[in-house]
Write a protein that binds this ligand. Structure first.
Ligand code: ADP
Ligand code: ZN
Ligand code: ZN
Length: 729
């Protein structure tokens, strides 16, 4: 057999692929790009992806090892995805093997066979009205008359036995098959709504063919989703698949229901509530084309879809589209690259677009579509800043706000109180000596939680018991200072004893089911107070909420993050958008110490778009994104100086390199410590790289990565690159 080696991408940081000898008895034709193989790499079992085969290797023959196993007969990764993985590796400065690893469902990553997605099914294969003996047989047959296809497990769960199924099979009425379950289909799709003029105009401007990006900027409740749905219908009519990306907490059962109700095609949802097998099943049905719509969160952007015709990204500004650890990719940005490669259109939607996307729309790179009014009968809520300067507060609320709440409840409506701080109180302290409960591992305070009572660091997850007396001066009383959602809930129960209070945050609502239940309760519930974090803000439709109170708008106003004001405005409008979504008009009260804050006022008087324009101007003056391209090199270590030293070396290396390449212009800021320098016992430093041109920035980053990988670093000194970072603190 002629000699050849297999070129394999492995999930390791080294920026190269690896040669292996074929597995025993395999011929060259057995290996095609996109198949998975198992290999031994530095005494570890890894799943790799075949990139190709070669006549010879740079590695000496006696050093080459055979790969252990070829996992697939057919490639599981198509050529398109392989090309995209190269782009991702290059852009985010990771190895192609790491990228491919990220793109695969967990089970395939671990080496499972595709067939593990299959389940036993029974199909009807005869229309003959049978003469069946026994009522159980009759009942079973009736099932198949209702639906021609049943998973074995569902039938046995319904009380039918294998023997009964086999009897029908012997009669030639049904056959058994192993297959990936078909995604849910809705037999009676709902009719589309009649679009208003603005919606119609937006829809008319959307393409079905070729690459383009459109930004649909529409206030909450303006009917963006209806535009998506009608556009999708056109694409489905052309036998195309559609990919819809939604934020992490946006894929609620209501959202999903809305998409399912409209179409008579199989819809697959990919969300965190699925187990690995269900995920693989969804992935498979998208890949084989049986699922026509895939709706999912960030990582769904990698779903293989052979007939993909368009990508929709709802709430495109949402931070959850950017992965914040490991390979820090942006699903939104990658979706656009994917669409470009496929030459298909992308639709970005938001009430509060990111300044990056808005900039692209304003400069004509994206098509800019606007919906300025709420659809249907709902009116935009009235928004009002309420100064709490020198005002007496009860449980954090100003008197007039409490009165509005009372009136709203008495009118039979619901109140939503937004407080983006979970736990009971952000600070536990001693008034006697000034001691405070600080985290041992972070430069941060521990949050006091009341149910169960404990201290919890929200940065490193460290938990400990609440001391009975002050650990420093033994004073018997410690004070809970400040207000989290637990405290607000407790205080509201006292202030409004006649009405139910429901708290919604990560501690009170664990798991999808809990949220579904809560959602139903709120829907049928009558007057009540909802108090919660941003979990309450996203995408929910609470028809009876007519009053929204933003308890503490000031937290985000003076953030050190240059995106602070942008994110605050987005969050405030998101929450405000929950008010008055049905027939009744809504109002929003925002409590603040800074009622004359110019940007807050601009937001309230002239809307998000006006504020965004002003923020863009500021970004341009300060040469910040989107007017420059930004990357961060972060380093962290248990030793305060090690991280800084490494970044100093990097800085010098870049500067040295730049002197030899004076035309590659990138400016460096730092190294400087992160705002919270110590987290989880590690000191964090960062070096910012700004480039007016992406290509220059990436040339330097390439250099930098090479330099870093050549260093012999102490074990506990870690570094990573973050391209287009969202979190720059
Ligand atoms: P968005 O996605 O912009 O927040 P939605 O698509 O959820 O807005 O629409 C808000 C509400 O208005 C929904 O209840 C929806 O059914 C309704 N709606 C949307 N478009 C229309 C229309 N053309 N006519 C009547 N009602 C509409
Ligand atoms: Zn004390
Ligand atoms: Zn901590």
């Amino acid at each position: 057999m002629p000699f050849f080696v297999v070129d394999v991408a492995l999930p390791v940081p080294l920026q190269r692929s690896f040669d292996y000898l074929p597995a025993a008895n395999d011929e060259r034709r057995h290996y095609r790009p996109g198949q998975r193989v198992r290999v031994n790499f530095a005494n570890q079992l890894l799943t790799g992806v075949v990139l190709g085969t070669r006549d010879q290797s740079d590695v000496a023959r006696d050093k080459l090892k055979p790969l252990l196993q070829r996992l697939d007969d057919e490639p599981v990764i198509d050529a398109e995805t392989l090309t995209l993985s190269e782009w991702l590796a290059h852009y985010y400065h990771h190895s192609q093997g790491e990228v491919l690893d990220l793109m695969l469902p967990a089970m395939l990553r671990r080496g499972s066979h595709l067939s593990e997605a299959e389940e036993r099914h029974w199909h009807k294969c005869s229309e003959q009205p049978p003469s069946l003996r026994g009522s159980k047989q009759q009942a079973l047959w009736q099932r198949f008359e209702q639906q021609a296809y049943w998973p074995h497990s569902e039938l046995t769960a319904a009380g039918f036995s294998l023997a009964q199924l086999q009897r029908l099979a012997e009669l030639g009425l049904i056959v058994e098959q192993q297959q990936v379950p078909l995604p849910a289909i809705n037999a009676e799709p709902q009719a589309p709504l009649t679009l208003n003029e603005q919606q119609q105009s937006a829809l008319d401007q959307l393409d079905e063919h070729g690459f383009s990006v459109a930004l649909l900027e529409g206030v909450t409740g303006s009917g963006k989703t209806e535009v998506y749905l009608q556009w999708m219908q056109r694409l489905l009519d052309e036998q195309r698949q559609v990919l819809v990306l939604v934020p992490e907490i946006g894929l609620t059962p209501q959202t999903l229901k809305r998409f399912r109700q409209r179409f008579a095609v199989p819809v697959v949802a990919l969300h965190s509530g699925l187990n690995d097998r269900e995920r693989l099943q969804g992935w498979c049905s998208a890949k084989d084309g049986s699922a026509r719509i895939v709706i999912g969160t960030r990582s769904a952007v990698f779903t293989p879809m052979p007939e993909l015709g368009a990508i929709i990204i709802d709430e495109e500004h949402d931070a959850s589209f950017k992965q914040q650890d490991g390979l820090r990719y942006s699903a939104r940005d990658f979706a656009i690259v994917r669409a470009h490669q496929r030459q298909i259109p992308v639709l970005l939607g938001s009430a509060t677009p990111s300044l990056e996307s808005l900039h692209n729309a304003l400069t004509g790179k994206y098509r800019h579509l606007k919906l300025t009014q709420r659809a249907g009968n709902a009116k935009a809520p009235g928004m009002k800043l309420h100064s709490i300067l020198h005002q007496p507060l009860t449980a954090g609320f100003a008197q007039p706000v409490l009165q509005r709440m009372q009136a709203t409840l008495q009118a039979g409506q619901q109140v939503l109180v937004f407080l983006n701080r979970r736990g009971y109180a952000p600070l536990l302290a001693c008034r006697q000596c000034g001691w405070s409960a600080d985290c041992r591992r972070c430069d941060a305070r521990m949050t006091l939680h009341a149910w169960p009572r404990h201290l919890h660091c929200h940065h490193c997850d460290h938990q400990q018991a609440v001391p009975a007396v002050c650990p420093s001066c033994q004073h018997p009383e410690l004070e809970a200072i400040g207000q989290g959602t637990e405290k607000a809930e407790q205080q509201l129960l006292t202030l409004f004893p006649d009405w139910p209070v429901r708290r919604v945050d990560r501690d009170s609502v664990r798991g999808k089911q809990a949220f579904d239940q809560l959602y139903d309760d709120i829907h049928d519930g009558g007057p009540c107070i909802l108090v919660g974090t941003q979990m309450l803000a996203k995408g929910h439709h609470f028809p009876d909420v007519t009053l929204v109170v933003v308890l503490d708008a000031d937290a985000g106003l003076f953030s050190a993050d240059f995106r602070g004001m942008e994110h605050s405005a987005q969050l405030i409008l998101q929450v405000a958008g929950r008010a008055g979504r049905a027939e009744m008009p809504g109002e929003v009260w925002i409590q603040t110490l800074y009622a004359d804050h110019p940007q807050l006022n601009l937001l309230l008087d002239n809307g998000y778009h006006a504020l965004a324009l002003s923020l863009l101007q500021e970004r341009q003056q300060r040469q910040l994104p989107p007017y420059t391209h930004l990357a961060l090199l972060r380093a962290e270590s248990e030793d305060r100086h090690q991280a800084e030293q490494l970044l100093q070396q990097c800085r010098q290396h870049i500067q040295h390199w730049q002197r030899q390449h004076p035309r590659v212009r990138v400016s460096l800021v730092g190294p400087f410590p992160a705002i919270m320098e110590r987290r989880n016992g590690r000191f964090r430093q960062q070096l910012q790289l700004h480039g007016a041109e992406r290509s220059a920035l990436h040339r330097i980053l390439h250099q930098l990565r090479h330099f870093l990988q050549q260093q012999r670093l102490p074990r506990n000194l870690r570094w990573h690159l973050d391209i287009d970072p969202i979190d720059t603190l």
